[in-house]
Design a protein around this ligand. Structure first.
Ligand SMILES: NC(=O)C1=CN([C@@H]2O[C@H](COP(=O)(O)OP(=O)(O)OC[C@H]3O[C@@H](n4cnc5c(N)ncnc54)[C@H](O)[C@@H]3O)[C@@H](O)[C@H]2O)C=CC1
Ligand SMILES: O=C([O-])CC(=O)C(=O)O
Length: 356
């Protein structure tokens, strides 16, 4: 992704990102990378606003493009007063989606309906499939090389749906499409850290599968430091991690689902994508994410992945599991298969839109 081309800021500020002054039609001749552009779709929402704030603080972003159906002018004006280098650009409404995403390196999508008490994530598919489809179509048209990260629920179904659309548009790259499951990892670290009375940041454990109830599989047998609690305590921890989203939905009592912890998690994931794109990190850049893979018999599964400039560089596959976890994995695969097939089926509803 090293491109020598007109600086992203050229029309307004004729300076290359390296600081060299450019003529009006000049090309950046300094062999520095062009500006890094991140687009947030759903940026005025409960997740979108704090996520955009965290991204505005990232010194590696040059252009932060914020899109939503409404209210992005205010969000962008507010963010733009923060003294970091990125330029914030606001886009509103479905007609401006492509402009918002044009040339993006990363598109992160916290757009769509959240749950209310009593709802399952799968109840959101009716509305959210359409939102996710529009983003996939726009990505194909204006930023086919972008890393595309969906937060929109139900992740298990939304990501296969987007993949099917990208495949029909001829722009699918399995290494560039992600369902963000980072919040499950963040929660697992927190709850295990509390249970073992250690700093959650020092806890590492795999959380694999998908992003609903029993498809969220925390692999506590591989936790570091080792979890030495009783079986009942372990089962309670698994249950809490699987139901953590519902815990927040209930506590918010009709005002939505997790937003702040999700923004934290999504920022962690996007920061890793940025590190991988820029190739700055000495260490491997690793995250867990729901991606297309052949590590199980279902097409999409969240595992540990190594990230590079082109997205997934290596899928680390399945962790070791004990008997209990291996049995839970079988149930998870049955659920996931249904969710994935639904995504493929629903993708057909958007065939007309793909040709517009
Ligand atoms: N993957 C995960 O771990 C998590 C996923 N979520 C999901 O994230 C999504 C967003 O949640 P919240 O931010 O709490 O909801 P929210 O309702 O506060 O914000 C969603 C935003 O998306 C915008 N939007 C809707 N349709 C759009 C479209 N076609 N184009 C652009 N923007 C559009 C809305 O105007 C709104 O500002 C939900 O589907 C929720 O279930 C939430 C938490 C965790
Ligand atoms: O539970 C929800 O609806 C939102 C979500 O995915 C989570 O918090 O894990």
């Amino acid at each position: 992704m090293i491109l020598l081309r007109a600086c992203a800021r050229l029309p307004k500020v004729p300076l290359c990102v390296c600081g060299r002054q450019l003529g009006v039609l000049d090309l950046c001749g300094c062999s520095c990378r062009r500006g890094l552009k991140v687009t947030v779709v759903g940026a005025a929402g409960g997740i979108g606003q704090p996520l955009s704030l965290l991204l505005k603080a990232n010194p590696d972003i040059d252009v932060l493009s914020v899109h939503d159906l409404r209210h992005t002018a205010g969000v962008a004006a507010d963010l733009s007063h923060i003294c970091t280098k990125s330029v914030v650009k606001a886009f509103e409404g479905p007609k401006k989606l492509k402009a918002a995403m044009k040339g993006a390196d990363i598109v992160v999508v916290p757009a769509g309906l959240p749950r209310k008490p009593g709802m399952a994530r799968s109840d959101l598919i009716g509305v959210n499939a359409s939102v996710a489809a529009d983003v996939a179509i726009a990505a194909s048209d204006v930023c086919p090389g972008a890393l595309l990260a969906y937060i929109t629920n139900p992740i298990n179904t939304i990501v296969p749906l987007a993949a099917a659309i990208l495949k029909r548009k001829g722009t699918f790259d399995p290494n560039r499409l992600f369902g963000v499951t980072t919040l499950d990892c963040v929660r697992a670290k927190t709850f295990l850290g509390d249970a073992m009375n250690v700093n959650p940041q020092s806890v590492e454990l795999p959380v694999i599968g998908g992003h609903t109830g029993t498809t969220i599989l925390p692999i506590i047998s591989q936790c570091k430091p080792e979890f030495k609690g009783e079986e009942m305590e372990r089962l309670a921890l698994v249950d809490r991690i699987q139901e953590a989203g519902t815990e927040v939905v209930k506590a918010k009592a009709g005002l939505g689902s997790a937003t702040l912890s999700m923004a934290y998690a999504a920022n962690q994931f996007v920061c890793s994508l940025i590190k991988a794109i820029l190739g700055k990190s000495e260490e491997d850049v690793v995250e867990y994410a729901y991606v297309e893979s052949d590590v199980t018999k279902v097409d999409f599964f969240a595992t540990r992945i190594k990230l590079g400039p082109q997205g997934v560089m290596d899928n680390c596959g399945l962790p070791e599991m004990d008997e209990y976890e291996a049995a839970a994995m079988k149930c998870c695969l049955v659920e996931l298969k249904k969710d994935i097939e639904l995504g493929y089926k629903l993708s057909d509803d958007f065939k007309n839109r793909e040709c517009e």
